[in-house]
Write a protein of this length. Structure first.
Ligand code: SF4
Length: 346
């Protein structure tokens, strides 16, 4: 019977050091292997050239490295790149590289499918299969960093957890991945360049604040009126805006980190003056700014981007109330890599 080997990257550095001591080797060997696994992102034990052949064989006999594989890479005419990433169990997730003049951002997935059911989102149509492991999240970032260097001649500068899945429903693994991404033994990126974007799970927002995380928080708000929000994000019935508001106030009191509200204006759904007024009131609860995002229809259904008059009204009213607002144009539409479009269409 074939013995299932353990994924070596599930071990902490300390556990790796202990493993080598048990094998009669030096603990330091654990540090060397750890560096290969994370900082150098080795895909196989053979790559570990400063480790003796016997030791590499011993590792091969005991462990596997479940590295992701970029199955398909699509490049958009605007420089956006979408990766279809195959996991060790043959499931697929997607991640996206978004280049602008000043930064290169990786948009990564945290779950296969999603636990939530936002009506406007392509990912919601795939049922949640499983959470991603920390190494699977980390590998997506490394793959995009490599592509950024290759196609845009610069390293990755920012990361957003805005791909498939709700990151706060896979909190522990997302946190472990961010630890590796920010550690000098991993990619050494500043946590200030990382944004975790949630649909708003109040309990987990408070937990993040208690954990004193250093990355930034974005909330996909889309409406500050319970009735409207529940109609497009049904879980809002369980976590209403009053709970979200309280959690966000708690977050700001603890972290002093301003919150970004991601917001799409849809035709006939949230394009009226009362919708803007409710957003203005919500923004007063904690220091925040608003990102108005261009929407990409996932089919000819009920969700269509509002006209430019409605968008202008949002910008004018928010600015008149001294709320910072940016309008984010969508990228990579021609390859279905834009926000809310990730659904393994290939
Ligand atoms: S918008 Fe985000 S949280 Fe909502 S279903 Fe899509 S992936 Fe999940």
């Amino acid at each position: 019977m074939e013995i299932k080997k353990k994924d070596i990257r599930a071990l902490t550095k300390e556990q790796l050091r202990e493993f080598f001591v048990k094998q009669g080797d030096k603990a330091f060997r654990g540090n060397q292997v750890y560096e290969w696994l994370w900082q150098k992102s080795a895909h196989s034990f053979e790559d570990m050239t400063n480790i003796s052949l016997d030791t590499r064989q011993m590792l091969q006999d005991n462990f596997v490295i479940n590295h992701i594989k970029v199955d398909q890479m699509q490049r958009s005419s605007d420089g956006t790149i979408k990766n279809a990433v195959r996991l060790h169990d043959d499931l697929i997730v997607e991640s996206v590289l978004i280049p602008t003049a000043t930064r290169t951002t990786a948009c990564v997935s945290s779950q296969v499918g999603c636990s939530l059911d936002c009506k406007f989102c392509a990912t919601a149509r795939l049922k949640r299969m499983r959470n991603l492991n920390p190494d699977e999240i980390y590998d997506q970032v490394v793959a995009i960093d490599n592509e950024s260097r290759l196609y845009h001649n610069r390293p990755l500068s920012n990361i957003v957890f805005m791909g498939m899945g709700e990151p706060l429903m896979n909190y522990n693994n997302v946190l472990k991945a961010i630890d590796k991404i920010t550690s000098p033994e991993g990619l050494g990126m500043s946590p200030k360049r990382i944004v975790v974007s949630t649909s708003g799970v109040p309990k987990m927002i408070k937990k993040m604040a208690d954990d004193e995380v250093k990355f930034k928080l974005a909330v996909s708000l889309h409406s500050a009126i319970d009735e409207v929000r529940t109609s497009i994000m049904p879980f809002n019935a369980t976590f209403p805006l009053s709970d979200l508001r309280e959690a966000l106030q708690y977050w700001y009191a603890k972290t002093k980190n301003r919150i970004t509200y991601e917001y799409v204006v849809w035709d006939g759904i949230n394009d009226k003056r009362k919708d803007v007024d409710a957003l203005v009131e919500f923004c007063k609860f904690a220091p925040s700014k608003v990102n108005l995002i261009e929407y990409n229809p996932i089919d000819d259904g009920e969700f269509q981007q509002a006209n430019s008059r409605a968008l202008d009204m949002y910008v004018d009213v928010l600015e008149a109330n001294n709320i910072t607002v940016t309008v984010r144009r969508s990228r990579g539409k021609d390859i279905d890599a834009a926000c809310g479009q990730l659904a393994n269409k290939g």
